[in-house]
Design a protein. Structure first.
Length: 299
């Protein structure tokens, strides 16, 4: 599981990410065309700054896909090289992409960061391009070097349409390793995408391989999303999973003063007698906090 900050704003993020992705790509293309590289140019290079990120939700960002630098410039057709193919994807030049694929170009071309053409299209929010690549046989379950898959990227970009396209094409909703699509959807507050993933078979109890062992249900409580917690409970989430501090979702709901969620968890069968590492049950915490609405939720 990757840890992504939660955010509240949603305006303009996809376009900002796409523009940033495009600018980085064009800068690299210009450098390559001039015969220079950051390591050999005599011109002083700017000091390294923070890692480039592609926004998914306004303040919830994920590491950007490596700007599409083609791993090979061997032409797939007389008129379009693989590097030109990646550039056409970033810029959304559908005719050139279609011509490249029709001439036998690889739909699964991979850039130097291990990202496929499909992942580049998703990272640039090019749904039509992504759909054409899928029809041409692009691998919807390719895993890049950082562990991301096309589905992970579509979730992080907050695109229900591309998530749906990938799931229909056979993308693995469960995921594995560091990046779990369901975890990402929960962290970023994507309620609709969360439901789509659960309907497609995502595991509501998958912790991933991160050292931060937080269950999806706990995660929903951490960001204050009772609807997501209810969806997870309906999908079979373990209501009594305890974190490293011994807290359960019920304890979290109590600490976060969510009386509706407390009642929903108790109704679903959450165990109110479980104690955390401090020896306190959810009801103990409710009594200590003296919050009438929360206390009233307990029998």
């Amino acid at each position: 599981m990757n840890t992504l900050p939660h955010a509240s704003k949603k305006a303009g993020t996809a376009s900002a990410g796409s523009c940033l992705f495009l600018m980085l790509f064009l800068l690299r293309m210009v450098t390559t065309a001039s015969g220079q590289s950051p390591s050999t140019s005599s011109t002083a290079q700017p000091a390294a700054g923070p890692a480039t990120r592609l926004p998914t939700t306004p303040a919830a960002s994920v590491n950007a896909a490596t700007p599409p630098t083609a791993s090979s410039t061997t032409p797939a057709s007389p008129n379009l090289s693989e590097s030109d193919f990646f550039r056409a994807i970033v810029e959304g030049r559908q005719r050139q992409i279609t011509a490249y694929l029709s001439a036998g170009g690889k739909a699964d071309a991979i850039d130097q960061g291990g990202y496929t053409a499909l992942m580049s299209a998703i990272g640039c929010m090019r749904r039509q391009v992504a759909a054409e690549l899928i029809r041409a046989g692009a691998n919807v379950n390719h895993q890049a070097r950082d562990g991301r898959t096309p589905l992970c990227l579509a979730v992080e970009m907050g695109s229900p349409g591309m998530v749906q396209d990938l799931l229909k094409a056979g993308a693995d909703a469960k995921g594995s390793g560091r990046f779990i699509p369901l975890q990402n959807a929960l962290q970023l507050g994507h309620t609709g995408i969360t439901r789509m993933l659960l309907s497609a078979g995502a595991d509501p109890n998958n912790l991933g391989t991160s050292k931060i062992a937080v269950s999806p249900l706990d995660q929903a409580m951490n960001i204050g999303a009772p609807p997501m917690a209810r969806d997870l409970a309906k999908a079979g989430a373990n209501l009594n999973t305890q974190s490293r501090t011994g807290d359960t979702a019920l304890i979290h709901a109590t600490m976060m003063t969510h009386p509706g969620m407390v009642k929903a968890l108790l109704t679903a069968g959450a165990d109110s007698t479980l104690r955390n590492n401090q020896g306190m049950t959810a009801q103990d915490i409710a009594l200590t906090g003296n919050i009438p609405a929360v206390k009233a939720a307990f029998p």
